[in-house]
Design a protein around this ligand. Structure first.
Ligand code: TYD
Length: 203
C-alpha cells in the first residue's frame, strides 16, 4: 500500500484532535491527500455502534460486549474506508485504533491484552499503522478539561481509578507494542507538534 496510516493515542482529553489537525495540515502542504477518522465511528455502521457503546443509559453493558462492539466498529472502518484510502495513496490520520482497546478493555476492564489483540487482529485483518503517537498527559488533568467542556460520555464518566488504570496501561503499552512512540503532551502545542514533525521527517 502506498498511503500512510498514522494513529494518535492517549487518554480522554489529551489533545489528539488538535494534533490530528496539525499533522493533516502539514501533509496537505506537502501536496498529499488526507483522510481523518475517529474511533469508534467513521462509517455509517460504525457511528451507530458508537452510539450504542457510549450511551450513558447502557449501564448494563457487559465488558465483553463492549470489547466486541469496539472491534466490530473498527472492522467496518478498516475494511470499508481505511484500506481503500491507503490503496489510493492517501495519508490516513486516526484518533485511536486497536491500542485504545488493548488499554481500555484489555487493562481498564481487565479482559487481558492478548484476548483483545486476538479479536482485533481478526477484525482488522491485522492492518498495522505506519506510525503510532501516544500523547502522554496526566489523566486527571485531561479528564477535568474534557468533563468541563461537554459533561463526558459513558466511558468518560467512569470513576477516576478506571482512568488511572487506563493511564498506567498506556504507560506500559510500548512494552507490548514497540511501534508506539510516547510524546510528552504536557507542553505547548508548538513544542509537541515540533517533536511529531521530527518523527515524521525521520521516517
Ligand atoms: P470519544 O468521545 O471519541 O473520546 P476521545 O475524544 O477521547 O477519543 O470517546 C471514545 C471513548 O471510547 C473514550 O473514552 C475511549 C473509549 N474507547 C475504548 O474504550 N476502547 C476503544 O477501542 C476505543 C476506540 C475507544
Amino acid at each position: 500500500m502506498i498511503g500512510k496510516f498514522i494513529v494518535l493515542e492517549g487518554p480522554d482529553g489529551s489533545g489528539k484532535s488538535t494534533m490530528a489537525q496539525k499533522i493533516g495540515q502539514y501533509f496537505s502542504e506537502l501536496g498529499r491527500e488526507i483522510e481523518f477518522t475517529r474511533e469508534p465511528g467513521g462509517t455509517d455502521i460504525s457511528e451507530k455502534i458508537r452510539e450504542l457503546i457510549l450511551d450513558r443509559n447502557n449501564t448494563e453493558m457487559d465488558y465483553r460486549t463492549e470489547a466486541l462492539l469496539y472491534a466490530a466498529a473498527r472492522a467496518q472502518l478498516v475494511n470499508e474506508k481505511i484500506i481503500p484510502w491507503l490503496e489510493d495513496g492517501k495519508i490516513v490520520i486516526s484518533e485511536r485504533y486497536v491500542y485504545s482497546s488493548l488499554v481500555y478493555q484489555g487493562l481498564g476492564r481487565d479482559l487481558g491484552m492478548e484476548e483483545i489483540k486476538k479479536i482485533n487482529d481478526f477484525g482488522t485483518s491485522g492492518l498495522k499503522p505506519d506510525m503510532v503517537l501516544l500523547l502522554d498527559v496526566d489523566p486527571e488533568k485531561a479528564l477535568k478539561r474534557k468533563l468541563s467542556i461537554d459533561g463526558g460520555d459513558r466511558l468518560e464518566n467512569e470513576n477516576i481509578s478506571f482512568h488511572r488504570d487506563v493511564y498506567e496501561g498506556y504507560k506500559c503499552l510500548s512494552d507490548f507494542c514497540p511501534e508506539v512512540r510516547t510524546i510528552d503532551a504536557e507542553r505547548t502545542i508548538d513544542e509537541i507538534f515540533q517533536e511529531i514533525k521530527d518523527i515524521i521527517n525521520s521516517f
